[in-house]
Ligand binder design. Structure first.
Ligand SMILES: C[S@@+](CC[C@H](N)C(=O)[O-])C[C@H]1O[C@@H](n2cnc3c(N)ncnc32)[C@H](O)[C@@H]1O
Length: 366
């Protein structure tokens, strides 16, 4: 599981020629059309129909007959699919490109696509306003909420589904990789801050038969987690602590061997992270450890992964809370140190994009 920190060179040089830059600028200018046309090609089953035809290909006429679409509708979308790079045409017969295949079948692309559309698309109109006000102005498309986390339990089912699919996609596959590492020292008590639907808590109590987990989250999410845990008959192994962590007057529960935060601290600003970690310090036993699982954009091996995280930060600005992001690890580690911890170990390349940071309390001697 241990890998060296890989630092990327993607963002050091402008590698495009002048012509490529001009082309690229048009991609940005027409990005909403690229996105919505690709979505319509997928949702109207045009990509699936073209895929069915394999190498033989299919004509516009055949597609509109099969899918009961107008010739005009199929034509504008399929011609757009050529420019976008999802489709190819030879002798009037359309076939799928590799990118078209991924839009149709790749789970990662589907999760990102549906999240961008269902959770972000409309609210992103308010990005500039959000940058100016420091508030998630785009969230008003879902109602009158302070942050997306307050709204989460009340969103329409399709929006909730896309939010949770996105959230879980990036943490689920990391949990099996890190369980052994976190439970190596046999902690008896673990505080899971931002425990959400209870996935880490459930994996934990199934992995280690002695540990007791406390999930700390906003009331809506803590209730959801409780339901899931009750259903599995694990209520005697998991406790719940409902709170709003931003309210500094509400105390943390105390005396934990381990505090676990997975994709949690990215929901907060620099100063809020320092405040949360300082309070974690008081609720952790002196020989305990804090484990932070986070995807840092500067720790990614692939440019597309760094890009996805940088774009996710824009969701945090316009929709989630107006003041947090997917962090750069150097900035983040300084916040950990300011809160009175030392980073004991950093492990990259966990799951699809995560880094695990183990921190211990800083005392004068260390
Ligand atoms: C991005 S989710 C991460 C969930 C989970 N730990 C994972 O790895 O998939 C962030 C979690 O933090 C919780 N959260 C956000 N703001 C909070 C606040 N102010 N107080 C308590 N919990 C909060 C949310 O309710 C949500 O469950």
């Amino acid at each position: 599981m241990l890998h060296n920190i890989i630092k990327m060179d993607f963002f050091k040089k402008d590698t495009r020629t002048a012509l490529q830059a001009k082309e690229y600028a048009q991609w940005i200018a027409f990005a909403p059309m690229v996105f919505q046309a690709s979505r319509a090609l997928r949702n109207l089953n045009i990509l699936a129909e073209v895929h069915e035809s394999r190498k033989v290909g299919v004509t516009i006429e055949e597609v509109c007959k099969k899918l009961d679409l107008s010739n005009y509708g199929a034509r504008v979308l399929m011609e757009a699919g050529l420019g976008i790079g999802l489709l190819l045409v030879n002798n009037d017969r359309y076939t799928l490109t590799k990118a078209g295949y991924l839009i149709l079948n790749d789970p990662l692309t589907k999760v990102n696509f549906d999240f961008s559309n269902d959770v972000c698309y409309e609210g992103l109109f308010s990005l500039t306003e959000s940058i100016k006000s420091g508030k998630p102005e785009g969230l008003k498309v879902f109602g009158n909420w302070k942050t997306v986390y307050d709204a989460l339990a009340h969103l329409q089912p399709n929006i909730q589904k896309s939010w949770f699919a996105f959230d879980h996609y990036y943490s689920d596959d990391s949990f099996p990789e890190v369980l052994e590492y976190v439970y190596k020292t046999k902690p008896k008590t673990l505080l899971d801050i931002g425990g959400n639907t209870g996935k880490w808590a459930i994996s934990s109590v199934n992995f280690d038969t002695d540990v007791h987990v406390t999930i700390m989250d906003l009331p809506g999410q803590a209730e959801m987690a409780k339901k899931n845990i009750d259903k599995l008959g694990l209520s005697n192994r998991v406790s719940f602590y409902q709170t709003n962590i931003l309210d500094e007057s509400i105390p943390f529960p105390k005396h934990f061997d381990v505090i676990w935060m997975s994709q949690f601290l990215d929901c907060f600003s620099d100063d809020e992270i320092i405040s949360i970690l300082s309070r974690c310090r008081n609720s952790l036993n002196d020989d305990g450890a804090v484990y932070i699982l986070e995807p840092f954009w500067d720790n990614q091996r692939f440019e597309a992964a760094a890009f996805s995280l940088q774009m996710t930060s824009i969701y945090f600005t316009a929709i989630a809370n107006g003041n947090s992001q997917m962090y750069n690890s150097t900035i983040f580690i300084k916040l950990i140190e300011k809160a009175g911890f030392v980073v004991e170990e950093t492990t990259n390349d966990i799951g699809i994009s995560n880094t695990l940071i183990k921190c211990i309390k800083k005392f004068e001697k260390n």
